[in-house]
Design a protein around this ligand. Structure first.
Ligand code: ADP
Length: 527
């Protein structure tokens, strides 16, 4: 347990020492000062729960010390020790907000009772204040629409946190699972050029995020070995960084600073004070994030249904039209109609197969027939099917498949389907005269198959999402490219069922590289 901190200010060494020792026996942390001037300076750099001061002192007397301190720390409770128990002093002291006064000479019992009472009273007052603030915040959080969490609510949360422990600048960073980065979502009192994004482990926020423990930082960052290479912000006197944790999930980090001219350092007392508040708001943040995800999924589903409708109706319309025209057409026309029919029936077949595959994956009914196979020729077969498609879009198609045999244990039709999915996306998202390269390489334990294009590319924030069901970077009904947003979901599931991995490297406007890694069949490892 953190002990309460008391400052005793008295120029009478004997009285001061006796009182301090007595309080220490009661487990209080006590600092002693013999004049009002130094006491004021001490109060500026450290936090106390109570100040006990003598009235009559040189330089700055007790009443003046109380007056000056109250201008800065209005909440700080004082007990005045006085030998001049006149009504005048008592009234002045009470007007200044002194909790109580003790008249010399006093017994130690009297002294301790007054101190304990004051500390208890102050604690209760603080708790009532915290409860009031929390209740106000609760009302606020429940009155706003949950999906607005990022902007309005987080700003209010930060404001409250700063108020609660007298911080004068701060920020909230939330972890973005799509980019694996902590992103700045709101800040108060900080310069515009502050760091907006850090990786876990990076800088103070990233460190606290990884450690899952709050931290008080006083003075230069270079004093801390883990932050030796981070440039300090000279205006910050003291700061608290707290991970936002709920259960075993860390959703972000809150930073609270005291900046100059405040010279007042954060202590464990304030850290404890903010703890309850933080755990409450973290739960609310998580609830809001879940709500947002649900809304997004709902939107994706609606788009998906509209897309299925559109994707199936288009070839169907062509098929019905072609059948109608067929009877009245001559041989040359019939040949053209036949090509059209074949293409659109194939398109429908592909779409329906994709839907069925997805449904089987979702319900756990996908069946795999594993067999030891030599991969090389199976990939060449897929490649040969695709050569004319690339040629007709004038896309240069480069192929690197080694001659050394590559054996894997797989349902080879499914692996071919995955490669076909990647190639078909590469054609779809690469413009005419572009370039696509398929490379197959053998490493010690795996075969690595990559499909690289110089097409439109994918923004980093979308990299995880594109493997999610129904997700398309542009899923709007007016989108340029066809598709159901299931290809990569199915591909990932197939690859993972083969104990393999799939990942993407890409950036918007700079092409994409999809890579599949599959374990080699044990019989040939180290060949
Ligand atoms: P579909 O292609 O049917 O929309 P996928 O699951 O195969 O569904 O792909 C999901 C999304 O990922 C695509 O809609 C597209 O936005 C993006 N994507 C996939 N491959 C590429 C690529 N090679 N280049 C750019 N974007 C791609």
């Amino acid at each position: 347990m953190v002990s309460e901190r008391i400052l005793i200010v008295d120029d009478d060494l004997q009285v001061r020492y006796t009182c301090a020792q007595m309080l220490r026996k009661y487990n209080y942390h006590v600092d002693e000062i013999d004049n009002g001037f130094d006491a004021l300076n001490k109060l500026r750099t450290e936090q106390y729960n109570l100040v006990i001061t003598d009235l009559k002192m040189n330089k700055v007397d007790g009443l003046e010390l109380i007056k000056k301190s109250k201008e800065i720390f209005s909440d700080l409770p004082f007990i005045l020790i006085t030998a001049y128990g006149t009504m005048d002093t008592a009234i002045q002291a009470l007007r200044l907000g002194v909790y109580d006064f003790i008249i010399k000479p006093f017994t130690m019992d009297e002294f301790i009772t007054t101190v304990n009472r004051c500390i208890e009273f102050h604690k209760l007052k603080q708790e009532t204040l915290s409860l009031k603030e929390t209740a106000a915040l609760y009302e606020l959080l429940h009155s706003v629409e949950k999906h607005k969490i990022e902007k309005e609510v987080l700003q209010k949360i930060l404001e409250k946190a700063l108020e609660l422990i007298s911080g004068n600048s701060g920020s909230i960073m939330l972890f973005n699972e799509d980019t694996n980065k902590l992103e700045l979502v709101t800040h108060i009192g900080l310069k515009e050029q502050i760091t907006r994004e850090v990786s876990p482990g990076e800088r103070v926020s990233g460190y606290v995020f990884n450690q899952r423990e709050p931290m008080i930082i006083n003075g230069e960052l270079t004093n801390y070995p883990q932050f030796k290479y981070i440039e300090s912000r000279p205006e910050i006197v003291s700061s608290i960084s707290i991970p936002l944790i709920s259960g075993n999930k860390v959703v972000g980090v809150m930073n609270i600073n005291r900046i100059k001219p405040s010279a007042y350092k954060f202590t464990d007392i304030e850290l404890n004070k903010i703890h309850f508040f933080i755990s409450y708001v973290t739960n609310v943040i998580i609830q809001c994030q879940l709500y947002k995800k649900l809304i997004n999924l709902d939107k994706l589903k609606s788009e998906f249904i509209a897309n299925v409708n559109h994707e199936l109706k288009t070839p169907l319309m062509v098929i019905l039209g072609a059948i109608k025209l067929y009877d009245e057409s001559n041989d040359a026309e019939r040949e053209k109609l036949y090509v059209l029919l074949k293409k659109n029936v194939e398109r429908m077949n592909l779409l329906i197969t994709e839907l069925l595959d997805y449904s089987n994956i979702e319900t756990g009914k996908m069946v795999y027939k594993f067999k030891r196979v030599k991969l090389n020729n199976y990939i060449k077969k897929v490649v040969n099917e695709y050569k004319p498609k690339f040629a007709s879009k004038k896309i240069e198609f480069k192929i690197h498949i080694p001659d050394t045999p590559i054996f894997i244990n797989a349902d080879i039709k499914r692996i071919q389907q995955c490669i076909s999915n990647l190639l078909s996306n590469a054609i779809k998202f690469t413009k005419e005269n572009g370039k696509v390269e398929l490379t197959v390489e053998k490493s010690q334990d795996n075969v690595i198959i990559s499909v690289e294009d110089n097409g439109k590319g994918i923004h980093k924030s979308e990299h995880n999402k594109i493997f999610d069901r129904f997700y398309q970077v542009d899923g709007s009904p007016t989108r340029e490219h066809s598709g159901l947003g299931l290809g990569l979901t199915i591909t990932k599931s197939i690859i993972e069922s083969h104990n393999g991995k799939i990942w993407v490297e890409s950036d918007l406007g700079h092409g994409s590289k999809f890579t599949i890694s599959l374990p080699l069949d044990k019989a040939q490892k180290g060949e």
